[in-house]
Design a binder for this molecule. Structure first.
Ligand code: ATP
Ligand code: MG
Ligand code: MG
Length: 368
């Protein structure tokens, strides 16, 4: 294999292409919205046909779950060249994703389909607090409605959602964790340590790794991700988001791709998740990983580039996208020899970031 095509024109594919360039491999990107090929890390777009794709790209990977119904990306995502093909048949629809987890006996938030409007009140009666999620198309908390126990269900557009949403029990979790790992076509796997994640309004703000998780959780998390990757005959990096409740893991959702909560690996490990993804696709044996001291990743959201960031400890990764409210436009990674050092570094960042981040540091940043 010398060329991989990644479906998607966003920052995840761009970071894969950067990793590939360093590793002597080529990852080109296909922007499905513009139906154009972006060679490597360049933004000089060119048209490409199905025949050219077959000739040039023995391996196709993805940086997201959903593609326009028609067009080359959908065709490639469904082709046997696509290493995420099995995952794309199951994961983009929360109903089939949760059904697979049930089938595998992997614990998730209790759930049911929102088929009829009445199902919402029934679920609230059964679960107390509920989280309604559109079956497909949601991300960064869009397509998600959270209603606490006894809360106002009329805030959920149930009529509109009937037949195309699920309702989950609202989990009073202690923490949100995630695991990122890779599998190559030979079936070898490799995992990063569990990462702790803080979300505000459904958007990931801060990740910290390794999460100070009990020794039992890491093997459990690895086992869950390994079984999912095997079930889907997957190659590349995949992530699983968890709720930790009463010392056990409940799967929140699966991401069949490199994941925002794995961005700390850029500076926090010898091989980043993007390196690992490209390695896995190239069939390179997955050897062990060296993870550096405690690491934090701060998402830069809806904010213009600020040179003040460069005065602070940490490494800024800017995606070069136009800035819109709630849009992820970059991230900054901090690595320190101790948790105390990391906390100091994060406090410095709180001064130069928009609201939201500070609230996490004030209220919660017990780094355990
Ligand atoms: P992502 O950007 O991670 O793809 P998403 O839009 O697909 O997000 P989820 O990850 O399902 O949505 O939910 C977003 C956030 O909402 C979660 O990280 C968590 O903070 C909260 N949440 C989701 N489901 C539940 C639940 N069942 N109980 C409690 N909180 C929940
Ligand atoms: Mg999601
Ligand atoms: Mg999520």
């Amino acid at each position: 294999m010398n060329r991989v095509l990644v479906l998607g024109g966003g920052q995840l594919g761009l970071m894969m292409a950067e990793a590939a360039a360093r590793l002597g491999l080529v990852v080109d990107r296909y922007d499905p919205e513009r139906a154009l090929l972006l060679p490597g890390t360049s933004d000089l777009a060119v048209p490409i046909t199905w025949e050219e794709c077959l000739e040039r790209y023995p391996v196709v990977t993805v940086e997201r779950e959903a593609f326009p119904d028609s067009g080359l990306s959908a065709r490639l995502a469904a082709s046997d060249r696509c290493v995420a093909r099995g995952a794309l048949a199951v994961i983009p629809d929360r109903y089939t994703q949760k059904s697979m987890l049930d089938e595998l006996g992997i614990a998730t938030a209790p759930w049911r389909n929102l088929d009829r409007v009445e199902d919402l009140a029934d679920a609230a009666a059964e679960f107390g607090g509920v989280v309604v999620k559109a079956r497909s198309g949601g991300y960064d908390g869009r397509g998600t409605w959270i209603v606490g126990d006894g809360g106002d269900l009329s805030a959920v557009p149930a009529e509109e959602l009937a037949g195309r949403a699920i309702v989950e029990k609202k989990i009073p979790f202690r923490r949100e964790l995630s695991i990122v790992g890779a599998r190559n076509p030979a079936g070898e796997t490799l995992f990063y340590p569990l990462t702790r994640n803080w979300h505000v309004d459904g958007i990931l703000r801060l990740s910290l790794a390794p999460a100070n998780a009990s020794a039992a959780l890491q093997p459990e998390a690895e086992n869950i991700l390994r079984r999912i990757m095997e079930k889907l005959d997957y190659a590349g990096v995949m992530a699983v988001e968890f709720f930790e409740e009463d010392g056990r893991l409940l799967v929140n959702e699966i991401a069949p791709r490199v994941h925002n909560s794995g961005h700390w690996t850029h500076e926090g490990a010898d091989w980043s998740q993007f390196d690992l993804h490209v390695h896995a696709l190239a069939g390179v044996p997955l050897h062990s990983l060296n993870v550096h001291g405690p690491s934090a990743m701060v998402n830069l959201i809806g904010t213009p580039f600020d040179q003040a960031w460069l005065q602070h400890p940490g490494v800024v990764h800017w995606y070069g996208k136009s800035v819109r409210p709630g849009r992820k436009v970059g991230h900054a990674n901090l690595v320190a020899p101790t948790l105390e050092g990391l906390r100091k570094g994060l406090n410095a960042w709180a001064d130069v970031l928009p609201e939201g981040f500070e609230a996490i540091l004030d209220s919660e940043l017990a780094l355990d």
